[in-house]
Design a protein around this ligand. Sequence first.
Ligand SMILES: Nc1ncnc2c1ncn2[C@@H]1O[C@H](COP(=O)(O)OP(=O)(O)OP(=O)(O)O)[C@@H](O)[C@H]1O
Ligand SMILES: [Mg+2]
Length: 340
Amino acid sequence: MSQQTPRLAIETAGLVKTFGETRAVDGVDLAVPTGTVYGVLGPNGAGKTTTVKMLATLLRPDGGEAHVFGHDVVREADEVRSRVSLTGQYASVDEDLTGLENLILLGRLLGHGKKPARERSAQLLEAFGLTEAAGKQVKNYSGGMRRRIDIAASILNTPDLLFLDEPTTGLDPRSRNQVWDIIRAVVSQGTTVLLTTQYLDEADQLASRIAVIDRGKVIAEGTKGELKSSVGAGSVHLRLRDPEQRAEASRVLALALEADVQLEPDPVALTARVGAGADNGRGAAEQAARALAELARGGIVVDNFSLGQPSLDEVFLALTGHDTRAHEEAADATKDGAAA
Ligand SMILES: Nc1ncnc2c1ncn2[C@@H]1O[C@H](COP(=O)(O)OP(=O)(O)OP(=O)(O)O)[C@@H](O)[C@H]1O
Ligand SMILES: [Mg+2]
């Protein structure tokens, strides 16, 4: 295929997949620009893996359309397959083989000669910091090493589009950072990445655009800035010295941040969302700093202060009015209702 690369790596319209009564993917429209990282953010059961599997031609859609680099995922599945690679949510390498053996084997299956397969494998192991572990059986790898060898295996042939399904779930912060660096390196080589994640900070770190999905539907889509201006750039958590000052502190904060302030069960603690309308993290930090100065001016003693990014729960609360757990309970209730 030597035709011009289309502007969109992925384009779907009304994509649907049902499993019995469950509409796992319920009319999803996506437009993923070529050459970028696109984040699909959603809680457990939102339909992320099902969407990815349809796009990677591993599952057949029940409705709607999907094109990958202009090719229909059903009618032109072979063309799609030749251009994509998938790192699944669960590891796909052989446990009993070493890291090096796994990569060489896959390289041979992809049609590389013996020497090129060995060279490419060694190069990837080096790039992923796995040279020392190259001779160890994969079953003895840590979680972080597993994810890295998995991603390495999926880019033996540099794909035009790489699906990464929750690449860092369950990893410690250091391993997460290593995987993030790998993803950045892959994109800098020209590969488009579709990344699913349950972590807003991960999507924020890597993705240029983000779709938030809930119960098989896209409930918000846009650039990081657009998403944050609807959700808020973060939340401020405060602990006061004196519980007597909490009512006054709450009043001052509400004014300074133009936001609702929540009183926590702990009698000295308050929480407020900041930066709704602010289009970057600095906006939120400035707002928070101003609020702190106001508190100090009012003689209110703050013992502890933090400004954090909104969690997935807070994103969902802002977008849907319920958190991700309430959503699961609601889904269960619907299921029970349907069954009754
Ligand atoms: N093969 C299947 N058979 C029946 N139901 C399925 C199947 N695969 C997925 N589902 C259901 O479809 C819905 C979406 O699942 P999916 O795995 O796509 O979610 P997800 O967003 O990837 O979740 P997670 O974050 O837990 O990986 C869930 O309700 C799930 O139980
Ligand atoms: Mg999944």
